[in-house]
Design a protein around this ligand. Structure first.
Ligand code: BGC
Length: 689
């Protein structure tokens, strides 16, 4: 969005004049979506996401079109052959904000080519527990990392003058119970753990925020005045509008008073009920005027901004975007183990590709984030295309342990592709929303929160049978979050987390397996050594309390070692870190560290910076991520990586004072390649008063 503050001032002036000329009916009509059910039940034959939806009614008389809306996080969710990127969690593992910005641009371009004005693509809910069915739609477990990745997607998308939605505010981290669960969370935990990434999204200029279905502290989020009005709008100064999540979550016209500006997808309460509420004095007309101002403000700012380019159908799923999908897949795959098994030599070795998922298009869940690209390269197809002339390939995709073992025994290497599909995890829609008629019993149970954190039993049997042959085994794991691997990890020679890797996933995988690309992704969550180390989770909960600790902060607090720590990932090369050096300049701390690629191939390292709070006088995580940098280094090359931190990065929320406070204690600064391999700066950081 390229309008200036002078343009903004003119728009406000124009709205001062325009809003009083609108009738109450016209204003209220702008405050809800329209025509969703009309198409859904008739023309669209109950298929979701097959057309852009009107997410705000517009006003014909003044020539204002409705908002034209589509999802979602892994690409534009319309049936037009749009580019399917790796899921957000995979992109979180790239830790590459510049790449995420470019993905945002590509999504924005495709959205514009399809005539959209609003793209609901920025899911930044915090991954509190790996069983959460929609973990694949977000970026990870850490608020800082989530915020940086989300902000980049927002900036990229909005650079094409399409509004981005940051969703779902707030504490939306259980899927099956999402329509009812009440999350109890203290003010401090809310501010420090569940909201910082939304604040970052607002600071990045996000035009719209979607309220979550669930309740927070006894109030549904679309009715949650503390979240929507007090914090988001009044305290953070959010200038855009809030729209509801779909079909459920709004239960009365009073949501407008609480700060909801648009009810989606239809005016169940923001129609006649809201008009009545205003006429009867229950809702002040000023509330409606404010909502309309927010909607119009964004519509005018975005529609008047000069476009950076023109858009056409040929942009959709174009070569530049599919290349970007490949780059993202390559940068997101995480090498979790490598006993000298990778990269594979292209020297005529005999390779067996095994597992049910080896040749299956497995792009992620089938909920609102589903994308239907023009093609998708499966792992087997990618390997065949890349290496068929260089090695001898055989495959068995039956998943049958004994047939697979026979094939493995006759080969030098077995590549086993295992993991989840949209049946095991994802958005949970069937029955619940009662929009879909589900005849197939199995289909009716698809998606939702996971029932298990382990691989499906047949996958584990397959791995064990192949391992018993003694053939070198590379296990490639598909999924949207942390998977427990303890029962088979030791048996594998190499393990690669390949996520739901998008339409070019197979190509990316082959290039990593054969060493054309050096793996560089790092886990955006921790994998526990034991499930009992995780916080409490109940997919059917009516209520639940979210505390200060989850993921690495919880493992630190409880002094337990995770199976694989937050920020962990291997490479084909080696990176050495020098001593981190700290310098304080006014309100800023500058931390510099030298990183050397001491191996023999080029690669990328993701350096992480954590602030340490061991001297804190209050209960606080022992460390928190406060910076990360991805740096590409040729073999033998050294680079100086620099982080800059503001003193606000060390504050905590003081509930009594209702504000952020900086304790007068020394803070530790840690730098290193993952959350458990860190070097502390020789001198602690002490801020002047
Ligand atoms: C999902 C949202 C999505 C909306 C519209 C809801 O069920 O929770 O993420 O944007 O549907 O598709």
């Amino acid at each position: 969005m390229t309008t200036s503050s002078a343009d903004h001032a003119l728009i406000e002036k124009e709205l001062d004049d325009l809003i009083p000329t609108l009738s109450l009916k016209e204003k209220v009509a702008m405050m809800s979506g329209k025509d969703f059910y009309k198409y859904y039940f008739t023309v669209d034959n109950r298929q979701f996401g097959v057309r852009p939806y009107n997410a705000g009614g517009g006003c014909d008389r003044i020539g204002l079109p409705p908002l034209s809306y589509a999802d979602g996080p892994r690409g534009v969710r319309l049936p037009n052959g749009t580019t399917c990127f790796p899921v957000s969690m995979a992109r979180g593992a790239s830790w590459d904000v510049e790449l995420e910005r470019r993905i945002g641009v590509a999504m924005g371009v495709e959205a514009r080519a399809l005539g959209l004005t609003l793209l609901s693509n920025v899911c930044i809910n915090l991954l509190r527990h790996p069983a959460w069915g929609r973990s694949q739609e977000t970026y990870g477990e850490d608020p800082y990392h989530l915020g940086e990745m989300g902000a980049a997607l927002i900036e990229g998308t909005q650079s094409q003058n399409v509004m981005a939605t940051a969703k779902h505010l707030a504490a939306n981290s259980i899927e099956n119970a999402r329509f009812k669960v009440d999350v109890t969370v203290s003010e401090r935990v809310l501010r420090e753990v569940y909201l910082p990434h939304f604040k970052r999204a607002v600071d990045a200029g996000c035009a719209t925020v979607m309220s979550a279905y669930n309740q927070v502290n006894g109030h549904y989020c679309a009715h949650n005045k503390q979240l929507l009005r007090d914090i988001l709008k009044d305290e953070w100064g959010f200038e855009g509008f809030v729209h509801s999540d779909w079909v459920k979550g709004v239960y009365g016209a009073d949501a407008a008073e609480s700060g909801l500006d648009i009810e989606n997808p239809e005016p169940t309460f923001f129609g006649e009920d809201l008009i009545y509420a205003v006429k009867s004095g229950e809702t002040k007309e000023a509330v409606v005027d404010e909502a309309v101002r927010r909607i119009l403000r964004m519509q005018l700012r975005f529609s008047r901004a000069a476009d950076p380019r023109t858009y056409s159908e040929s942009d959709i799923g174009c070569a530049a975007h599919t290349e970007l999908a490949r780059e993202a897949a390559e940068k997101s795959m995480v090498l979790l183990k490598n006993d000298d098994a990778l990269p594979l030599a292209k020297d005529g070795a005999r390779i067996a590709v095994l597992g049910k998922l080896a040749d299956r298009v497995n792009l992620g869940d089938h909920g609102s984030s589903n994308v239907t690209p023009p093609y998708a390269v499966t792992p087997l197809a990618g390997i065949e295309k890349h290496a068929a002339e260089l090695v001898k390939l055989q495959s068995d995709t039956s998943g049958d342990p004994s047939a697979s073992a026979t094939l493995a025994a006759n080969n030098d290497v077995a590549i086993v592709v295992v993991g989840y599909t949209y049946f095991d995890e994802g958005e949970f829609i069937p029955g619940d929303v009662a929009l879909e008629e589900v005849e197939d019993e199995e289909e009716a149970h698809r998606g939702g929160d996971r029932n298990s954190l382990h691989l499906p039993g047949p996958d584990v049997d397959l791995i064990k049978s192949v391992a018993a042959t003694g053939t070198k085994m590379i296990v490639c794991v598909m999924g949207g979050g942390a998977i427990m691997m303890d029962e088979w990890f030791e048996l594998a020679d190499a393990v690669l987390m390949i996520w739901y890797p998008g339409m070019e996933g197979g190509t990316a995988l082959a290039r990593i397996l054969f060493g054309d690309v050096c793996p560089s992704g790092k886990l955006p969550f921790s994998i526990p050594a034991d499930e009992s180390h995780l916080p409490y989770f109940d997919k059917h909960a009516d209520d639940i309390t979210y505390g200060m600790y989850h993921g690495y902060t919880l493992f630190d607090r409880d002094s337990v070692t995770p199976a694989l720590p937050y920020g962990f990932g291997l490479s084909y090369t080696q990176f050495d870190y020098g001593e981190p050096l700290l310098e304080i300049i006014g309100d800023l701390a500058r931390i510099r560290v030298e990183i050397t690629n001491s191996g023999t191939v080029a690669g990328a390292e993701i350096a992480q910076l954590y602030a340490g709070f061991k001297n804190s006088e209050i209960d606080r995580p022992s460390k928190l991520l406060r910076g990360f940098e991805r740096v590409e280094l040729a073999a033998g090359e050294t680079a100086m990586v620099e982080f800059t931190l503001n003193r606000t990065a060390f504050t905590h929320y003081d509930e009594e004072a209702k504000g952020w406070r900086l304790d007068a204690v020394p803070f530790d600064i840690f730098v290193g390649p993952s959350s458990d391999t860190l070097t502390c700066c020789a001198t602690p950081l002490v801020w002047d008063d």
